[in-house]
Write a protein that binds this ligand. Structure first.
Ligand code: SF4
Length: 486
């Protein structure tokens, strides 16, 4: 099945999570692929993390470093700009996706390039750079194996780290035979990789311009870092004469020594590796070594608005390891496309609504795409309190709906029910009275120890949840009775 969801960063209405999840849940092959992949990654990560006696200290260091960056983001960005320029690079500031795309397309045009090679960059997915370049007659070749698969299939990514997680080997074999014109191909991983390698090698050698994302950029030295596991990133960042890096402004770190923390946290959390296989660093340009021209494009695109929210800004600490996706029971069942967002899973549920702004049905539905089990918080290497932000954003969504709806919104059934419950829970006598009433009121609804269906508008609750009846005896009554017996 080919899923081509609209993107949460594109204008127009995107479907809500609930709507899209129905499509994903109906696809049993997708659920099998996802279940197998996430269970394997989860188990490997747990082993890799257990080896580290100071893992919790590392997490705390990562959290503290990222929080400091967010408190002084303006200063570190200016320092980064100065360092890159000193090292011979050019720095561009992009307020939004359109400006970033314009800047990058301009650089490519200036070098008369009609084709560019790209290494996996979620920021360019966010700005829809490939579509913009295509519109200008420039074709971008994705070189990360999984990104290539997605590009050839005409789909969007469904996982931060493993964009083609929803596809199995047989599906990839079929795709390569069709799109790359390979006559005979087995579904052995080594054969599939070889087919991609032969196709991409020519592109690397011919491209005048390479485009990359960035995992980190060091303010004190101007060094940019890309972490990947195939070596294609190294080719993209060294072979073409011109290198353009698009980086979200939150990726800056103050000093070189800070990378020590993230280079331990990231590989173990993402691919369960002790050390990352290919980590590329470059600082401006050097004669006779790598690209002759380097451009760093710093992207805001809503990030400064996120920074404005003291609870929500933790989302900017994310180092895109994807550990939260792999442990999330909701993601495991629906996959990434149900989120209709470049950033899927728990991180997408807290980042996307903030980047695009509260008040759009699709992104507004994402903070509800969670059971609030807390597994994401437990594995996050920089200790982002995802459940806290989910609840905070749900509050913002509701308040926004009420503000926009005016006095009529106060009559919304959910709002009226919450206000009534607040009154009941805030007074002991009211609470005990309500318990007694509920015991009598539930009698016609309760069957076999559970309430199958609530009446009227409340039925929405029991459509998707079990509801236990109010017990015959409250805890206080039980305590009183048993104490008296004792
Ligand atoms: S939120 Fe945490 S666990 Fe999820 S991708 Fe970001 S850093 Fe990794």
């Amino acid at each position: 099945m080919t899923i081509k969801p609209p993107d949460a960063f594109s204008p127009g209405r995107t479907p809500t999570f609930e709507e899209s999840a129905r499509t994903s849940l109906a696809d049993s092959q997708l659920r099998r692929n996802l279940g197998k992949a996430t269970q394997t990654i989860r188990a490997k990560r747990a082993v890799a993390v257990k080896e580290m006696p100071d893992w919790e200290e590392l997490r705390e260091a990562g959290r503290a470093l990222k929080s400091r960056v967010m408190r002084h983001l303006d200063e570190y960005l200016l320092e980064l700009e100065e360092s890159v320029q000193k090292a011979g690079g050019h720095v561009h500031w992009a307020r939004d996706a359109a400006e970033a795309n314009r800047i990058i397309a301009g650089i490519v045009r200036d070098h008369d390039a009609r084709e560019v090679v790209k290494v996996k960059s979620i920021a360019t997915d966010e700005t829809k750079l490939n579509e913009h370049l295509e519109h200008e007659g420039i074709h971008a070749f994705e070189t990360d194996l999984a990104e290539l698969i997605i590009q050839l299939a005409g789909e969007t990514s469904s996982h931060i780290l493993v964009p083609a997680i929803h596809k199995n080997r047989a599906e990839i074999r079929e795709l390569f035979m069709r799109e790359l014109g390979v006559a005979h191909l087995s579904d052995k991983p080594s054969d599939l990789t070889e087919a991609a390698r032969l196709y991409l090698r020519e592109k690397f050698l011919a491209a005048k311009v390479g485009i990359s994302g960035a995992n980190f950029a060091v303010a004190e030295t101007g060094t940019v870092c890309v972490v990947e596991s195939e070596g294609n990133g190294r080719m993209c960042t060294t072979l073409p004469g011109v290198l353009v890096t698009l980086m979200g402004i939150e990726k800056v770190v103050p000093a070189w020594r800070d990378l020590e923390v993230f280079m331990q946290l990231l590989p173990r959390s993402s691919t369960a590796e002790r050390m990352n296989p290919y980590t590329s660093y470059w600082t401006g340009t050097s004669e006779g070594d790598g690209p002759e021209e380097f451009h760093l494009v710093l992207l805001d695109n809503g990030r400064t608005d996120v920074l404005d929210d003291e609870t929500g800004r933790q989302a900017l600490n994310c180092i895109r390891c994807s550990a939260c996706l792999n442990v999330c029971p909701v993601y495991e069942r629906t996959g990434g496309h149900a989120y209709n967002s470049v950033y899927p899973g728990p991180i997408g549920a807290i980042l996307t609504p903030q980047l695009v702004g509260i008040g759009k049905p699709g992104p507004d539905s994402l903070p509800y795409a969670s059971s609030l089990c807390g597994a994401c918080y437990e594995v996050c290497p920089v200790k982002i309190n995802i459940p806290e932000i989910l609840i905070h954003l749900r509050g913002r969504v509701v308040r926004n709906r009420q503000d926009r709806g005016g006095p009529r919104a106060k009559l919304d059934p959910e709002n009226a029910a919450m206000q009534l419950l607040a009154k009941i829970f805030s007074d002991r006598r009211r609470f005990e009275g309500a318990q007694k009433l509920a015991k009598v009121g539930q009698l016609p609804l309760s069957r076999g120890g559970e309430i199958r269906r609530l009446p009227g508008k409340l039925a929405g609750w029991t459509d998707v949840r079990d509801l236990k009846p109010v017990p015959d005896e409250t805890f206080r009554e039980w305590w009183r009775n048993n104490r008296e017996i004792g």
